[in-house]
Ligand binder design. Structure first.
Ligand code: ADP
Ligand code: MG
Length: 569
C-alpha cells in the first residue's frame, strides 16, 4: 500500500460530509453567510426539498472580484481577523461551507459589492460580468448529484422541506430585525420585536401567553420569552435557544429549562420558549461541531443555576408580586376559583392569597387550589383505591382509603390501562359526510401529511386542505377527540423525531392515551387531580392488579398492619 495525497475535490467532498449533511444544512450555511454579510432581507427558495435547487438571495455587502475567487477555496474566510477561535462574532468562521457545497452541487454565485455585478461558476472557477445589482445570490443545483451514495440517504422532499423550515425559523428567531421569506410561503417581516417574531414563529396560539424573561448576573444575561405553565407542547420542537445570537441545541440549557418547569409541567410536556443567553465569548466554546448546534460552557453549573432561577422567578411573579394580593382567611371549600376576576390560592403556609391577576395562571392556580381542597378534606370512604395524598419518587402514588394506605406504581398502572383500552378496541371507521377541517400551521400540515398513510391504520383518513389545514374524511367511530390537539401533537412529534418506522406503533399509543385522558409514566410529576384520575381509571380497568408484564400495580397496607409496626396490638 502506498500513501497518496487526496485530491482537492475529494477532500472537499469528505468535508462536505460533515458540513452539509442534508439540504437543511446547506440552507443553514447560506443563510448564515447572508447574515454575516450584513443583510437585513433574505429570500430563500427551495425546489424538491432542496435536491433540485436551493437559492439564497441577500441584500448584504456582496463580494468583490478577489473575494469571489477565494470564497470557494478551503479554509478561506473573512471572519477570523484576530485568529482567536474563542472570540467569534460571526455565524460562520471555518471557511468550509462554500467549498463543501460547491463540491456536492452545481453552484453559481452572483454578487455585487457596489460596482459591476459578477458571476462565479463554481464548477469551472470562471468569473464573468453579471447583471446582478447588489447583494449576493447563491444557487446550489442538483445537490448530491455528484455523490449518488449521499443522495440515497435523503428523505422525502416533504421531510427535507420540514427540516429546512425548522432551520429558517431558528435563524429568523435569532434575528428578528432581519426579514426572511422562504418559498414565498413563510414570511417574517424585518424589524419585528422579539415578541412579535416569537409569536409568528411559535404560532398565534402563543399570543398573550408568553412571559417575558430578562435578568443579568455579572456578565451573564438571559432574555426572551417563555410560555406560561398552561401553554404546553407535546415535544420540544418549539424550544428555541440561542447562545450569543447563535441557535443551539444544548443539553445544559434544555436540562435547565426542564428543571425550571418541573413543578408546573409534567415530564412529557414542554414549554415553548425563545431564550437568548449572552455571556463573554471566552466562557463558551461554539467551535464544537461543524453543524455548530452544540456548545461547551466553561461553567455549566453556573449557567444552569442562573437559568433555573431566572425562569422560576419569572413564572412566580404574578403569584407574589407585592400589592397584587391580600390575605384573608377563607373556609377550605372556598379555596377555588370564585369568578373570572378573582382567584384564591392557598399560600405555602396557612393563609390564602387572593390573586388579582387572573387569566394567565388559570390552570396553575386551579391545580394549587384543588390540591389544597383535597389535602384538607376528610378521607373518602367511597373509592376502593381511596384518594391520593401525594407522590413519592415521582414513581408511586400514595393514597388513603378507609382500610389504610394504598401505594400505586403509576407506570405499571398506566401500562395496564392503555393496554386494556387497546385490547378492547376495534377500530370502527366512520366516514364523515362533511369533513372536519382542522386549521394548522403549514409546517404542521407537512408533518402530519408525512405520515398520512400510517394514520389510516389508526382509523384516521386525512388529506391536505389548502396550505394550512387538514381535512378529516374518516375517523374512528368510538372516539371523539380534540382532533386539533391530536394532530398538533402528532405534528410536533414528527417534526422533532423525523420519520419513524415505529410511528404507527406510537400513534396507537398516542391515540389510546388521548382517549383515556391521562397517561402517566414513572418519573412524571403529577398533581392531585391527575393522581385521582389515574386511581379512578385503575378501578375501572379489568385485571388492574397487575401490569401487562405481570408486575403488581398497587399494594394496600391496612391500618391493622401499620398498628403492628408500632406495636399497638
Ligand atoms: P465562512 O462563513 O466560515 O467564512 P464560507 O465558506 O461559508 O466560510 O464563506 C467563505 C467566505 O465567502 C466568507 O468568509 C465571506 O467572506 C464570503 N461570503 C460567503 N457568502 C457570502 C455572502 N452571501 N455575501 C458576502 N460574502 C459572502
Ligand atoms: Mg459560512
Amino acid at each position: 500500500m502506498t500513501i497518496k495525497i487526496l485530491s482537492d475535490s475529494l477532500i472537499n467532498q469528505i468535508a462536505a460530509g460533515e458540513v452539509v449533511e442534508r439540504p437543511a444544512s446547506v440552507v443553514k450555511e447560506l443563510v448564515e453567510n447572508a447574515l454575516d454579510a450584513g443583510a437585513d432581507q433574505i429570500v430563500v427558495d427551495v425546489v424538491d426539498g432542496g435536491r433540485t435547487l436551493i437559492s439564497v438571495i441577500d441584500n448584504g455587502g456582496g463580494m468583490g472580484h478577489e473575494d469571489l475567487a477565494k470564497c470557494i477555496m478551503r479554509h478561506a474566510t473573512s471572519k477570523l481577523a484576530d485568529g482567536d477561535l474563542l472570540n467569534i462574532n460571526f455565524m460562520g468562521f471555518r471557511g468550509e461551507a462554500l467549498p463543501s457545497i460547491a463540491s456536492v452541487s452545481d453552484m453559481t454565485i452572483d454578487t455585487n459589492r457596489g460596482g459591476n455585478g459578477l458571476q462565479l461558476n463554481c464548477s469551472t472557477g470562471e468569473i464573468r460580468p453579471s447583471a446582478w445589482e447588489s447583494g449576493t445570490r447563491v444557487r446550489a443545483e442538483n445537490l448530491f448529484g455528484k455523490t449518488p451514495a449521499r443522495l440515497k440517504f435523503l428523505r422525502s422532499d416533504r421531510a427535507e422541506m420540514m427540516s429546512i423550515v425548522e432551520v429558517v425559523k431558528r435563524l429568523a428567531l435569532a434575528r428578528p430585525d432581519v426579514g426572511f421569506i422562504l418559498n414565498n410561503k413563510w414570511r417574517y417581516l424585518g424589524g419585528q420585536s422579539i415578541y412579535d417574531r416569537t409569536v409568528s414563529i411559535i404560532g398565534d396560539d402563543a399570543d398573550g401567553r408568553m412571559i417575558e424573561i430578562l435578568n443579568t448576573s455579572g456578565e451573564l444575561k438571559l432574555s426572551g420569552f417563555v410560555s406560561e405553565p398552561t401553554f404546553r407542547r407535546a415535544s420540544s420542537i418549539d424550544q428555541y435557544l440561542f447562545v450569543n445570537g447563535r441557535p443551539v441545541k444544548d443539553k445544559v440549557l434544555v436540562g435547565a429549562l426542564r428543571a425550571a418547569y418541573m413543578d408546573v409541567m409534567s415530564a412529557r410536556e414542554f414549554p415553548a420558549v425563545a431564550l437568548y443567553l449572552e455571556l463573554p465569548s471566552g466562557e463558551v466554546d461554539v467551535n464544537v461541531s461543524p453543524a455548530k448546534t452544540e456548545v461547551h460552557f466553561l461553567e455549566p453549573s453556573r449557567i444552569r443555576a442562573f437559568i433555573i432561577k431566572t425562569i422560576r422567578d419569572s413564572l412566580a411573579v404574578p403569584l407574589c408580586a407585592a400589592g397584587k394580593f391580600e390575605t384573608e382567611s377563607l373556609k377550605v371549600d372556598q379555596a377555588v376559583i370564585r369568578d373570572d376576576n378573582l382567584f384564591c390560592v392557598p399560600n405555602v403556609g396557612h393563609d390564602l392569597l387572593f390573586i388579582n391577576e387572573p387569566g394567565k395562571y388559570h390552570n396553575y392556580v386551579q391545580n394549587v387550589a384543588a390540591r389544597y381542597v383535597a389535602e384538607n378534606s376528610a378521607p373518602a370512604a367511597d373509592y376502593p383505591l381511596g384518594r391520593a395524598i401525594g407522590q413519592i419518587g415521582n414513581k408511586y402514588i400514595l393514597s388513603r382509603n378507609v382500610g389504610g394506605l394504598v401505594i400505586v406504581d403509576q407506570h405499571a398502572a398506566h401500562e395496564r390501562i392503555v393496554y386494556e383500552k387497546l385490547r378492547a378496541r376495534q377500530i370502527n371507521r366512520q366516514p364523515l359526510l362533511t369533513p372536519i377541517v382542522i386549521k394548522l400551521k403549514s409546517e404542521e400540515v407537512a408533518a402530519v401529511m408525512e405520515i398520512a398513510d400510517e394514520l389510516v391504520a389508526c382509523g384516521l383518513k386525512i388529506d391536505e386542505f389548502g396550505d394550512d389545514a387538514i381535512a378529516i374524511y374518516e375517523k374512528p367511530a368510538d372516539w371523539d377527540l380534540d382532533w386539533t390537539k391530536v394532530l398538533r401533537d402528532v405534528a410536533s412529534e414528527v417534526r422533532s423525531s423525523g420519520h419513524s418506522s415505529k410511528l404507527s406503533e406510537k400513534l396507537h399509543l398516542k391515540l389510546a392515551n388521548h382517549a383515556c385522558h391521562h397517561s402517566v409514566r414513572a418519573g412524571q410529576t403529577l398533581d392531585l387531580n391527575q393522581m385521582n384520575a389515574l386511581l379512578r381509571d385503575i378501578e375501572n380497568t379489568e385485571r388492574a392488579g397487575q401490569c401487562n408484564h405481570g408486575r403488581p400495580v398497587y399494594k394496600m397496607i391496612t391500618i391493622a398492619e401499620i398498628d403492628k409496626w408500632f406495636e399497638r396490638l
